[in-house]
Design a protein around this ligand. Sequence first.
Ligand code: IPE
Ligand code: IPE
Ligand code: MG
Length: 263
Amino acid sequence: MLANFAEVVERGSRDEALLAQVDWTRLPRHVAVIMDGNGRWAARRGQPRIAGHRAGVEAVRASVDTGARLGLGALTLYAFSTENWKRPRLEVDALMRMLKRYLRLELEEINRQDIRFQPIGRTDALQESVRRELQRAIERTERNTGMVLSVALNYGGRAEIVDAARAAVRALVAEGSAPDGITEEDIGRNLYTCGLPELDLLVRTSGELRISNFMLWQAAYSEIYVTETLWPDFRRADLLEAIVDYQRRDRRFGGLQLVANAK
Ligand code: IPE
Ligand code: IPE
Ligand code: MG
C-alpha cells in the first residue's frame, strides 16, 4: 500500500515518517472534514477572506489525493453550510465560482484516481451553473469504484435529518404502516450519506470546538480530531497525523470492550 505514495512522498520527509506509523489494517472507513479557518488565514496576511478560500483549494487537493492513495472508503468535505448563505453575497459568489473551477480543473485527475464524486446537501437550491458542473462530475465518475469524494454543499445536519424523516414517513404512508414503525435504519437509509461507510473520523481545522451543523446523525460515535492548523495550511501530513491519532483511540461504542475499527 505504501507503494501508492512512492511517487509523491520524499525520502526522509515528515510525510514518510507519518506513513510509517499508519496501521493499514485499521484505517478509518470514512473521514469527514470541517474545512475551517480560511478567513483567519487571509486576515493574518492582511488579505481579503476570498484569498483564504482560494488558498484552501490546495488543501482540498492534498486531502483528496491522500485519501485516495490511502484507499479510504469515503472522504466528506464540508464546503458550504445551510447557514453560510448569511455571508456577504460577494463571498458566497466567490465560493461557488471556486467550486466550479475546482471541478473543471480536477475532474480528470479525480477520475484517474478512480474516485467517485458525490455532492451531498440541498444542492437543488444552488445556482444552475453550479448544478451543471456537479452533474458533469457525478456522471463522469459514476462507474468508479475507489474512494467516494462527497462534498457537502448547502448542507445542514438538521436539514438532512428532516429530509430523511420526510422520506421515511412518505414510504411508511405509502405502505399504510403506523408512524411507530420508523426505525433508525429507516432514517439512516434516507440520509444523504446512505451507502457510504460509517463515519469513523471527524476532523475540524482552525481549533474551533463545535460541529456547526455537520453530520449530526453520522457523528454519533465518530472520533473527533481538532487541529489548530488553518484549512489553507492543511496538507498530507496533517491528514496522516489525524489518522495516526485516531488509531490510538479506544473505541467502545457504549460497551466495555474495545471494538476494532477494522476496515
Ligand atoms: C471555512 O473558512 C470555509 C467556509 C465556511 C466556506 P471560513 O470562511 O469559515 O474561515 P474563518 O472561520 O472565518 O476563518
Ligand atoms: C463550518 O464553518 C462550515 C464549513 C466549513 C463549510 P463555519 O465557519 O461556517 O462555522 P462557524 O460559523 O464557525 O460555526
Ligand atoms: Mg469559519
